[in-house]
Design a protein around this ligand. Structure first.
Ligand code: ZN
Length: 129
């Protein structure tokens, strides 16, 4: 799937965000190796460390359905002012590494700016066992 197809899906997923504390809505869509897609949104908690990023929610949903290889993840931070403030956190980058993500697409705001990276660019020297 192309960024033109994935960005609207991720933006729609962001509408499902539960983010009463930050008011920073994030959505994500992952594409598994068989082409199937899974979405997620950030889910916050009054105990902040118990929150889940949209990327982790989407990946965990895919993995819970049996997916073990994810090719692409698209992340949409619809409340971010620019793409610089929309990149996945370090924890999510490591989760992406675990499931073989190759391409990371990032967008913010109205989705007009879209950047595409390899995971190697965002997380060099990935930890593996
Ligand atoms: Zn994260």
């Amino acid at each position: 799937m192309s960024p033109d197809q994935l960005v609207p899906i991720a933006r729609t997923a962001a509408e499902m965000s539960y983010s009463p504390y930050s008011k920073f809505r994030v959505g994500a869509v992952v594409v598994g190796s068989d082409g199937e897609t899974f979405t997620g949104a950030n889910i916050e908690n009054a105990a902040y460390p118990s929150s889940s990023c949209a990327e982790a929610t989407a990946i965990n949903t895919a993995v819970a359905q049996g997916v073990r290889k994810i090719d692409v993840i698209t992340v949409a931070c619809i409340d971010a002012k620019d793409v610089d403030g929309a990149y996945p956190c370090g924890r999510c980058r490591q989760i992406m590494s675990e499931f073989g993500v190759e391409t990371v697409i990032v967008t913010a705001g109205d989705g007009s700016e879209v950047r595409e990276h390899t995971l190697d660019e965002l997380l060099p020297y990935q930890f593996e066992l």
